[in-house]
Ligand binder design. Sequence first.
Ligand SMILES: [Zn+2]
Ligand SMILES: [Zn+2]
Length: 319
Amino acid sequence: MFLVLDLLLRAASPLRLDGQVFLSRLWRVSRFVPILDNSYHPIYEALIGMADERAPPVYEGAVYMRQGKTYLVNSLDLSNKIALCKVADLKYYTKSRDCTDIEVVGGKIDSSNLDIKLNVLSSRAYPAGVYNNQCSRTTARVNPCKVTTSWFGFHRLWRRSNEIFDTVDLVLPKYSYMSQAVWVPVPQSTKSAVEMKNMDFRAGLHAASHALLNVVPLRIICNSSDLAPECANPHDTRYFPERILLYDQHPGGIGVSVQVQPFFMELLTSALELLKSCHCPGDIGCPHCIQSFACKEYNEVLHKDAAIMIIKGVLDAES
Ligand SMILES: [Zn+2]
Ligand SMILES: [Zn+2]
């Protein structure tokens, strides 16, 4: 977790503590900490938010929006995980440049551990009863995976036009965690067929994973943040695996991918129906079918018609 602090320095004061003593105190309290200056006017550094380190919206130069206010992040103390920012009236916003790699590491999910997790899960929020993959007949696989996010900079964009006017490089430590993924390989013949039609195969895979994610609630009761799709980065030219993949967003995995696995083909069929029945443009799609709020790449690199071909190809290979 990163703490995001709003520097409201009302006056110079001997009690304006420089950093560690005050900040570490604030870290422990995690609430507003009022401090009085020697003329008894309140000055304080206010806690304005907590940012998850899995997707930090904070880095030096970032524009951070919260409750209608715009803040500019002045500094980021990685060792103490504290970001200092101040209110700013800006005509631009920032967008991080990052990519997330999913490495399926193979092996089987430890089912004893998973049973415990699922019991905890069902006792808290989700009804039990859908976890039964013992008799599933599908080529969809569920494996442990390593999720690694790398940040390598950010863009500044005008608020009015969304036009990028500045690109900044920065180095932040990578963030990795182990989780669980459910996935199916896409046949090479399908890849060739998509490319023969001059459609972007990578965009089709990306769109297919979004469509699959959008229909998961038809069979599995889970929170929208429990699962994530494998998203294609628009600036990444590296090899992109030929598969449709969803993974548990929570470190360690909470068993949602395992629950999806027996229904994978059924969900793909539903996703195909969704795509074919949606009358939006055949490339960029719409929020009803291939666009997703869970997308880490802002719904770039999507192609609905390619996704339809890919899902059909997987279902044909399965039957
Ligand atoms: Zn649509
Ligand atoms: Zn995406």
